[in-house]
Design a protein around this ligand. Sequence first.
Ligand code: NAP
Length: 280
Amino acid sequence: MNIGIIGLGLIGGSLGLDLRLQGYRVLGVSRREQTCEQAIACGAVDTASVDLTTLKPADLVIICTHIAAILPTVQQLIPHLSPATVLTDVGSVKVPVVEAIAPLWENFVGGHPMAGKTESGIEAAQKQLFVNNPYVLTPIASTPASAVQIVEEVARSLQAKIYHCRPEDHDRAVSWISHLPVMVSTNLIAACMSESNPEVLTLAQNLASSGFRDTSRVGGGNSELGVMMARYNRQELLRSLQYYRQHLDDLIAIVEQENWEALEQRLKSTHAARTRFLKE
Ligand code: NAP
C-alpha cells in the first residue's frame, strides 16, 4: 500500500518512520522544502515534496498538519485523488474536522493517535511513538466500513490500541484527559511565576524536581497546539474548566476550614481513581 502523509512534523514524521518499517511505501508532503529533505534524510518517507500531486498514487492519505490547515489542505488535495483513496487525519479535535471533511470526501475517517511529546517538528519525530497508546477512530453513519478497515489496519500495524467512538464523545473525553491538563499545567507554571520575592522564586526554581517536572510537562509544550485545542474544542474545554474551578473552590474551602479529614478522604479517593485512567 502507498501511504501519503501531509505535514511532516512530530506526528507525521513519527508515523512515517514506523509505517516504512512495516513495509508501506510512504509519500510525504510538507510546506517547506527543507522539511521534506529532512524527512527523507531521517528515513520518515521514501519520497517527499511540497507538491500535493506527489500523492496521486496514494491508497491512503494521512493529514498531519495543525487543525486549522486540515480543511484547506483537503480542498487542495481532492482534485489529485482517485475516488477510492481513503483519507484520515490525526487532529486532536474531531467534531469540527469530521463536520467539515465528511461532506467533501466519502472515504474519510476521522482519527486521533493519542501520543505526543513536548517538542515539535520533524526533528522531534521518533520511532514507536504510538506503541501501546490509544488510536481513536471516529467514523460516522455515512463512513464506509471498507475505509474504516483500512485505517484500522494501518493503526494496528503501529501496535496502537484502537478505539471507536462518536466525534462528540471523543472531544468531551479528550477535554478531560488532554486539553484540561494542558490548561491546568500552564496555569501551575504561571501561578509559580507570580511569587513576588525574587529570592524565593529563584530558590523554588532551583528546588524544582521530578514532581514539578511531571505536573508542568504538558503546560510547557507546543503553544500553537494548546491554542488549537482551545479554539476548536472551546465548548468542551470551558465545561471541564468550570468543573475544575468548582473542585478548586472546594479544595480552598477544605484547607481554609482546616478540615484535614475531608482532605484525606479526597486524596484517598483521587489516589484510587487515578489508576482507572492509567491502566497498564
Ligand atoms: P508539528 O510537529 O508542528 O507538525 C506539523 C507540520 O505540518 C509542521 O512541521 C509543518 O511542516 C507542516 N505543515 C504546516 N502547514 C502545512 C501545510 N499547509 N501543508 C503541509 N504541511 C504543513 O505538529 P504535530 O505535533 O505533529 O501536530 C500535528 C497534528 O497532530 C495536529 O493536528 C495535532 O492536533 C495532532 N496531534 C498532535 C499531538 C501532539 O502531542 N503533538 C498528538 C496527537 C495528535 P513545515 O516544516 O513543512 O512547515
